[in-house]
Design a protein around this ligand. Structure first.
Ligand SMILES: [Zn+2]
Length: 408
């Protein structure tokens, strides 16, 4: 029969065959049976073994055919393995205890990368939770089978969930640009959990870590990766500088409130943007403001001067420039800039490491933005586990199970 042979071929059956296909309450029930010509395979060790006994029938939801729901039905055999003892045989279409066939998980998970999980559920007339299970099966497979032996540079950052009420620590592979790990919270224990899972041998291979000046992370990185270079992320440093400049503007606007309340109105981006990105109007306004002896203008000039720091090739020259800038900033009579200068001074060595290994979290920023979009796609239930699942699925670059037939 054609339908039997299509099912056999698409499932890639070798040691099993299709006994029959029946219709039952609008479902196609595909009964499978072991092919007696072959010996069974132990699911634990993969060796060929004699049969032991037969378990009760299990059913797997399979990929629908022309919109008709399909179930696979099979009574798994147990094998008598010389190494492992009595074990369930290997069932190629099944993944552990999952009620979904491997191809169905693959199909649902592939769609779940593109559209909202709720939409996938509607398309296949399934519950949202079934789609979640499919993604979990595929992610579990990917995490188990991914390559982690050549980690060189990692980047650590955090993202917030629930409008900033919950934080997740994100660890990225900066070379492959993939998410390695995600864990709720941003404490030292959070990051320790990552290194525990990674194991010591792999930790030893990591040569540099890029992160923000966040004490709980720094402490763990120095403890767990004593030989790796800690590089403070350029983008975070610049953000701290921008915050300082903006603080000067706010303070000065408050001081000028009585005298000239409109002078600094709507100038925030004029001071923060790159000068070459200003609109004509903004450029005009800036040149007017520059003529006045404003504090924000001094802060602006310091911000622009800091740009040169990143252009050096040799750490010694970069340090020389940083010392110079430090002197300017600490003599600027601008408290936010002075505070920033001291922050930089305290972490100077790790900032200068950038000139030894040029890594930054620019890629992380892009991945974090993608993470936000992905988390919207997953939502149904806003739990931390689902959030992580969606992130691994979307950003982990995880290997997918290899199927004989793609079904899509
Ligand atoms: Zn075995």
């Amino acid at each position: 029969m054609l339908i039997e042979s299509i099912i056999r071929k698409t499932l890639g059956l070798k040691r099993h065959c299709v006994k029959n296909v029946k219709e039952e309450d609008g479902h196609l029930i595909v009964s499978l049976t072991p092919d007696k010509r072959f010996r069974l395979i132990c699911s634990q060790c993969g060796s060929k073994c004699p049969g032991y006994d037969t378990l009760t029938e299990r059913r797997w939801k399979h990929v629908p055919l022309w919109g008709i729901p399909v179930m696979l039905a099979y009574s798994p055999r147990r094998v008598n393995c010389a190494k492992c003892g009595a074990r369930v045989e290997a069932i190629p279409w099944s993944q552990g205890k999952s009620p979904l066939s491997l191809p169905l998980s693959f199909v649902l998970a592939t769609w779940a990368k593109i559209v909202a999980w709720q939409v996938v559920a509607q398309l296949f007339d399934l519950h949202w939770n079934t789609v979640r299970k499919a993604v979990k099966d595929v992610v579990d497979f990917g995490l188990e089978n991914r390559e982690l032996d050549d980690l060189l540079y990692i980047g650590i950052d955090e993202i917030s969930r629930k409008k900033g009420h919950v934080y997740h620590t994100q660890v990225y592979d900066l070379v492959e640009k993939r998410l390695l790990w995600s864990g709720e919270d941003r404490t030292s224990d959070t990051l320790k959990a990552f290194f525990d899972e990674l194991d010591v041998k792999r930790c030893d291979q990591i040569q540099a870590v890029c992160c923000d000046m966040w004490a709980p992370y720094m402490e763990v990185i120095r403890e767990r990766l004593p030989n790796a270079l800690l590089v403070f992320d350029k983008f975070h440093i610049v953000r701290h500088l921008m915050d300082a400049v903006d603080q000067v503007r706010k303070d000065e606007a408050r001081e000028l409130k009585a005298q000239d309340p409109d002078l600094l109105k709507k100038t925030r981006y004029i001071w923060l943007k790159n000068p070459w990105n200003l609109s004509d109007n903004q450029r005009l306004r800036l040149s007017e403001l520059e003529k006045l002896n404003l504090k924000i203008n001094r802060a602006y000039l310091l911000k622009e001067a800091f740009r040169q720091f990143w252009t050096y090739t040799y750490p010694a020259w970069a340090k020389k420039y940083l010392d110079q800038w430090f002197w300017w900033a600490t003599h600027s009579r601008l408290k936010p800039l002075r505070d920033f200068a001291w922050l930089i001074r305290r972490h100077q060595d790790d900032i200068l490491n950038y000139f030894k290994v040029r890594i930054d979290n620019g890629a992380v920023e892009a991945l974090n933005n993608k993470a936000k979009a992905i988390s919207h796609r997953a939502f149904g239930y806003r739990t931390s586990e689902t959030f992580k699942l969606a992130l691994y699925h979307g950003l982990g670059k995880l290997p997918m199970p290899q199927l004989t037939h793609k079904f899509l």
